[in-house]
Design a protein. Structure first.
Length: 280
């Protein structure tokens, strides 16, 4: 029994579209790790019980995606500083003493992709984040650490955006507004942190937020351009990026948390894009 591979997976609802098993499979082969990685579709009502079942049954780690990132923070016995700051968890790990550690690798993944893979500058730039849910929570602190001149959170419910901004106001110039009240002209970087693209919707922010030099980044990803990417390109954006790189970079960070080694991401990103293109 000791020779059985360690059990990992990703939990979401829905989750069938996830590329995480493909990514972690390559990571495992690259680093010589004995592990299997599966998809788990748990409803919000069943999330806590099913996650605990997974770990009681010998599971070692889970990635957590929409809509469970905030709920995962409540399941964990302990949070890393970055997860505690976000109050959202995308990585659960079984510790030696049987407790669950909650971490959040989303922010590290986003910053790696934007700054290292695409050479996007955040420092002294105006940043707009669309959405005030768990995905936004995970990236605010790492982005604010890069000292943008302004970071605006826009959300359908203005109060939720303002509340989230208040939580992070000690880290920099951050504010929250409703979609229709986003002002100040074009932003340098716009990040879509909503799940709207998955259902073909686009948040109702004014088109004036986009200028020809604006970098538009969708945390979501698809075989073809997402609804947000299509919306951005139609309004003159010339630098529109899907979240494939963030997906791979946050996965590599999760893998490091679980296995103690951070795999190279370049080969996985290339293979992922090629496979997605073929599937499309």
């Amino acid at each position: 029994m000791s020779d059985a591979p360690d059990q990992y997976g990703v939990v979401g609802h829905p989750v069938a579209h996830s590329w995480s098993p493909f990514i972690h499979g390559i990571f495992a082969r690259e680093t010589g790790q004995s592990m299997v990685y599966r998809l788990y579709d748990f409803t919000p009502e069943d999330f806590r019980d099913r996650v605990l079942e997974f770990f009681l049954g010998g599971g070692r780690g889970l990635n957590v995606t929409l809509p469970h990132k905030i709920a995962a923070a409540e399941v964990a016995n302990e949070l890393t500083p970055r997860a505690a700051r976000a109050q959202a968890v995308n990585t659960l790990s079984l510790q030696a003493d049987g407790t669950l550690l909650g971490d959040n690798t989303d922010g590290a993944g986003l910053v790696h992709d934007l700054c290292d893979n695409f050479n996007v500058v955040i420092t002294r730039r105006r940043i707009l984040i669309i959405g005030a849910g768990g995905a936004s929570r995970g990236v605010l602190a790492p982005l604010l650490a890069l000292e943008p001149v302004e970071l605006v959170i826009a959300n359908r419910t203005e109060e939720r955006a303002q509340s989230l901004a208040n939580e992070f106001s000690d880290l920099g110039a951050v504010s929250g507004v409703g979609f229709r009240y986003v002002s100040g002209g074009a932003f340098d970087v716009i990040i879509n942190a909503t799940s709207a693209s998955l259902s073909g919707d686009v948040p109702a922010v004014p088109p004036s937020v986009i200028g020809p030099e604006t970098v538009c980044y969708d945390m979501a990803y698809g075989k073809t351009d997402t609804a947000f990417i299509q919306w951005a390109l139609a309004r003159g954006c010339t630098h529109a990026i899907q979240g494939w790189g963030m997906l791979v970079e946050q996965a590599a960070e999760s893998f490091r948390v679980w296995r103690g080694v951070r795999p190279p991401t370049g080969p996985v990103l290339t293979a992922l894009k090629e496979r997605a293109a073929r599937a499309g």
